[in-house]
Design a protein around this ligand. Structure first.
Ligand code: SF4
Ligand code: SF4
Length: 372
């Protein structure tokens, strides 16, 4: 059962204190080096009060405003991915004893329960996709799962999408509807608190919540509609699987390949990309080795290196691999597209390549797409 109530802005510290009382690390958005990043917080005053983000293809700027709001921005460079799927970690260790025998030891580091404040709907959807990839089945990933199960999520509805956001077109935002413990809808004077999980309801019980008025619900609904209406970008459809694979020889692949730097920024910031490489790092004395996993990218030559040959030898082929998987064959794997409309790959691409523009150029506009 969902419960809700209204938390006055002056009581936001009570929410952080209640999370800390459950012996969790508390992580929230803070301003560092001109960008919003997740980091440990102790006080509500560390949240980015008044900060707004201005995002465009290849551009990210923060500006300070007089707004009393702590979450009046869209998204920073990273979603939840680094908290559950480590950028680099040791999976197992191999040691050779004096008789020359090898011993393999799994390295699963201890994880402290962590609460994340400020998670957006696009990143909740991305976390669900990462769950589908890592969390279940015969080869469920213990490294991912122990961090995932330790997460307590405080979502925040988006009322201020960036110019690069298009979550409304993917169906993943701007409001958080599932996948959280507690969700906050921010108004100038405070927050509508919605508790969803058992742990979320326990947290809500510890807060001085007042009833939510109809007038507050009306303002929240109007802001939600405003956040949808403000999004000017859109993908040309939610399922582009057949349309993309029908255009594997389209000249636009070469065109985007000529512009793309193959830097891999888009895959690093994408909250759903899960590709990684593994290697063994041997100690100088040869007596032990660490088997390390780290994030990889479709845009790296080594990612398609098989038996002495780089299968995707040019940037246009690597971009095609990324887009046709992300928006196409992901449907075959997970029943939906791999894009949740967060817009990060557009903002953080140094040459401003825009996934919505490239997809439309290759498969056509939604109207073109609907034609027989
Ligand atoms: S493909 Fe781009 S817009 Fe879509 S989820 Fe990844 S980073 Fe966000
Ligand atoms: S699309 Fe942009 S961010 Fe991605 S690899 Fe190419 S230049 Fe880098």
């Amino acid at each position: 059962m969902t419960v809700d109530g209204f938390l006055a802005r002056a009581d936001l510290q009570r929410l952080i204190d209640a999370l800390k009382a459950t012996h969790r690390n508390v992580i929230g958005p803070i301003v560092r080096d001109g960008a919003l990043v997740y980091d440990a917080i102790e006080r509500a005053s560390q949240l980015p009060t008044g900060w707004r983000d201005e995002q465009a293809p290849g551009r990210y700027r923060l500006t300070q405003t007089a707004s009393p709001r702590c979450f009046a921005f869209a998204v920073g460079a990273q979603g939840l991915k680094p908290l559950t799927f480590a950028p680099r970690e040791s999976l197992w260790r191999t040691e050779r004893n004096q008789r020359g025998e090898l011993k393999f030891t799994e390295v699963v580091p201890p994880v402290k329960p962590t609460a994340v404040i400020g998670v957006r709907a696009c990143d909740l959807a991305a976390l669900h996709l990462q769950d589908q990839h890592f969390a279940y089945g015969e080869y469920a990933d213990a490294y991912f799962n122990q961090r995932r199960r330790a997460l307590f999520i405080v979502a925040v509805d988006c009322a201020h999408p960036a110019a690069t956001c298009f979550c409304a077109s993917t169906g993943d935002g701007p409001a958080a509807t599932s996948g959280f413990d507690v969700a906050l809808t921010e108004l100038d004077e405070g927050f509508i608190v919605t508790a969803r999980s058992d742990a979320g309801r326990t947290l809500a019980d510890a807060l001085p919540l007042a009833p939510v008025t109809e007038e507050q619900r009306g303002r929240a609904a109007a802001e939600h509609q405003g956040a949808i209406d403000a999004q000017t970008r859109a993908l040309p459809g939610r399922d582009l699987n057949a349309a993309l694979f029908a255009q594997l020889e389209h000249p636009r692949w070469k065109d985007v390949g000529d512009r793309c730097l193959a830097c891999g920024n888009c895959t690093a910031v994408c909250p759903t990309c899960f590709c990684h490489s593994e290697s063994s790092v041997t100690a100088p004395d040869g007596a032990s080795a660490e088997h390390v996993r780290q994030w990889d990218s479709c845009f790296a030559a080594g990612h398609s290196y098989i038996h002495g040959w780089v299968v995707r030898g040019s940037t246009d082929l690597r971009y095609r691999q990324w887009l046709t998987h992300k928006l196409g064959s992901w449907h075959d794997q997970y029943g939906r597209s791999g894009c949740t409309g967060c817009g990060r790959c557009i903002t953080w691409c140094p040459v401003g390549i825009d996934i919505t523009e490239e997809a439309a150029a290759i498969v056509g506009t939604p109207q073109d797409h609907a034609r027989p």
